[in-house]
Design a protein around this ligand. Structure first.
Ligand code: HXC
Length: 257
């Protein structure tokens, strides 16, 4: 892997992926996105991994899709390259995926953070969809996920003006889970990841699926989906372990079966 660094056991049951094109502020070229897709697929299939954390560096999570790679392309070039099939694969990651964002999360970088299940932001994080300033518009979910996360008024303003919002605004609008000092953003993300990694990995996956379903379906269909996942968990050993541990007043030891 040239543009990302993968540490499958960064901490117990927690994998870390670091975007690693620092000179280009982690601009998301096609190779980087392909590497990210492959890493997520590999970690999703690895039993010892329960939670995946995605981060950049202190200056940039990612400053967007690689403008230099896109600048000369025609519509047909873009169609044939079909970069969004990579994004579709990333979205299919089953395990909880948490973004640890510091510095710029712009354009495709903001969209990538929003593709994750949760975002922990450093106080220096800046979120934006500045595509409008270079004559295009968001293409990897920015108009949809941002609008669902922060509402039409704020999303429309960001998408039509390209203005950035601060970490504090992002928290106030509901885009990020919390804002922490820059020195602690990875550590705080790891704390959250650890908390989730201690749960039943089957339950966290099925619960993630159900929460995500709420964005794509009616309330009634979502409730039916939730109910089926709830029933399904009674087929797991972890459900017996979790409930018995409660009754026996001890900590549950979930195995992921
Ligand atoms: C390619 C990029 C880049 C990008 C930064 N760089 N962003 N290269 N694509 N998106 C490169 C710069 O060209 C420069 O390289 C180096 O990174 C450092 O950037 P500077 O501009 O010198 O840094 P700074 O002055 O600190 O400004 C930071 C910045 C600015 C505000 C983040 O770089 C910027 O506005 N970047 C573009 C942000 C953007 O428009 N993103 C949306 C892209 S479109 P050199 O070699 O020149 O020194 C998009 C569409 C997604 O994401 C669609 C779905 C995939």
């Amino acid at each position: 892997m040239e543009f990302i660094k993968v540490t499958p056991q960064y901490q117990n049951h927690i994998a870390l992926i670091e975007l690693n094109r620092p000179k280009e502020l982690n601009a998301l070229n096609l190779q980087l996105m392909g590497e990210l897709r492959d890493a997520l697929k590999m970690l999703d299939a690895e039993d010892s991994v329960r939670v995946i954390v995605l981060t950049g560096n202190e200056k940039a999570f990612a400053a967007g899709a690689d403008i230099k790679q896109m600048a000369g392309k025609s519509a047909i070039d873009m169609y044939l390259v079909d970069q969004f099939s990579t994004w579709d694969q990333i979205k299919k990651t089953k395990k909880p995926l948490i973004a640890a964002v510091s510095g710029f999360a712009l354009g495709g970088g903001c969209e990538l953070a929003m593709t994750c299940d949760m975002i922990i932001a450093s106080e220096t994080a800046k979120f934006g969809q500045p595509e409008i300033k270079i004559g295009v518009m968001p293409g990897a979910g920015g108009t949809q996920r941002l609008t669902k996360a922060i509402g039409k008024a704020k999303a429309m303003e960001m998408v039509l003006t390209g203005k950035f919002i601060s970490a504090e605004e992002a928290e106030r609008y509901g885009l990020v889970n919390r804002v922490v000092p820059v020195a602690l953003y990875l550590e705080e993300t790891m704390k959250l990841a650890k908390e989730i990694a201690e749960m039943s990995p089957i339950a966290t996956r099925l619960a993630k699926e159900a929460v995500n379903r709420s964005f794509e379906t009616s309330l009634e269909e979502g409730l039916q989906f939730e109910r089926k996942n709830f029933y399904l968990l009674f087929a797991s050993e972890d459900q017996k372990e979790g409930m018995n541990a409660f009754i026996e007043k001890r900590k549950a030891d979930f195995k992921g079966r």
